[in-house]
Design a protein around this ligand. Structure first.
Ligand SMILES: C[S@@+](CC[C@H](N)C(=O)[O-])C[C@H]1O[C@@H](n2cnc3c(N)ncnc32)[C@H](O)[C@@H]1O
Length: 315
């Protein structure tokens, strides 16, 4: 079974790792994973590019060609360069050993040049060859330079809006696929819907505030997106359960964002109405979740500043 590697940014490492694993399992329920520091190795029939396109916190990704015990590579390891005109070598050292990385990269480049037709090009290579060292295992793999993926535009913002990375990771953690529909019953400026639609997932958003409704519509329109926005109370989602596959939302905190009623009462009502069989990711102010009878399968705390830590609940 092919293996792929993902080097993650360390900002929200637990979220980042779980996102990769959730995405792999979304497309291949038999996918297996292991991790070393900020490296995740996925064993699955899914191509790494499919996961990397959706994932939020990936810095480098590629396909593992083989595991290595030493530094011995032969001609057969460079098959991948058969059709490449140019390449670059990169060493990623996640082990506690010290290496002369520029020196190693240089000698690997010389060795590959002598075994293949491809020439070194550090600026714009067709293929990048990776050697990844960890304290447990070493991996030899390759990647292609990232295509710069287009981010959805947001022409109108608001102080209470959710960081797009957190919206995206929540959608990915609950395993929604292209063609499925997400509902955000407190959609604000449409962050969830913009991220969802940029990944081919349809959206339905609700917000009781006229201003938010207008902002959401504008943000979707400028991207040519077709998610549906309804001006109204969140409770309307309960009448539309057959129209969506999952809920991703960021609840009102009663500070920067308006709330139609006491946020704690509103959240209790919302949770009591949640459908049983849908995929659900909810963000709320840390502490609120204790008052809810939600039994999440996983929670993540996200520190923002000294008076705000948020919690993501996955069900
Ligand atoms: C924390 S904000 C959501 C922010 C949003 N995720 C974004 O990125 O812009 C909560 C939203 O809930 C809306 N809201 C408050 N009470 C509501 C209710 N009863 N029904 C629907 N929306 C409500 C507010 O207008 C606000 O836009």
């Amino acid at each position: 079974m092919p293996e792929s590697f993902f080097i993650l940014s360390k900002d929200h490492l637990e979220l980042a790792k779980d996102e990769i694993i959730a995405l792999a399992k979304t497309y291949d329920r038999f996918a297996k994973s292991k991790s070393f520091s900020n490296l995740v190795i996925i064993q699955s029939k899914i191509n790494w590019e499919k996961i990397a396109q959706r994932a939020t916190f990936v810095k480098i990704s590629g396909q593992v060609l083989r595991k290595m015990s030493g530094l011995f590579l032969g001609e057969e390891n460079f098959e991948v360069l058969k059709n490449a005109k140019t390449f670059a070598c990169r060493i990623i050292n996640l082990s506690s050993k010290q290496f002369d990385i520029p020196g190693l990269e240089g000698s690997m480049g010389d060795m590959i040049s002598s075994l293949s037709q491809a020439k070194v090009n550090l600026k714009n290579p067709n293929i990048i060859i990776y050697l990844i060292f960890t304290n447990q295992e070493n991996f030899f793999g390759f990647s292609k330079p990232d295509e710069i993926s287009k981010r959805p535009k947001k022409v109108r913002k608001h102080p209470h809006e959710l960081d797009w990375k957190l919206a995206r990771v929540m959608i990915n953690l609950i395993g929604l696929k292209e063609g499925e529909t997400v509902c955000d019953p407190f959609c604000g400026t449409a962050t969830t819907l913009l991220e969802a639609e940029s990944m081919g997932i349809k959206g339905i958003g609700l917000d009781f505030d006229e201003k938010m409704y207008e902002i959401s519509k504008e943000n979707l329109k400028v991207n040519g997106f077709k998610s549906k926005i309804i001006k109204g109370d969140f409770s309307k989602f309960a009448t539309m359960e057959d129209k969506f596959d999952g809920i991703v939302t960021d609840l009102p905190y009663g500070t920067a964002s308006k709330s139609s009623q006491d946020p704690q009462e509103l959240i209790k009502k919302f949770v009591s109405m949640l459908p049983r069989r849908k995929k659900i990711a909810i963000m709320c102010k840390k502490g609120f979740e204790k008052k809810l009878n939600m039994n999440p399968s996983k929670t993540y705390d996200i520190y923002r500043h000294k008076s705000l830590t948020r919690t993501i609940l996955i069900k």
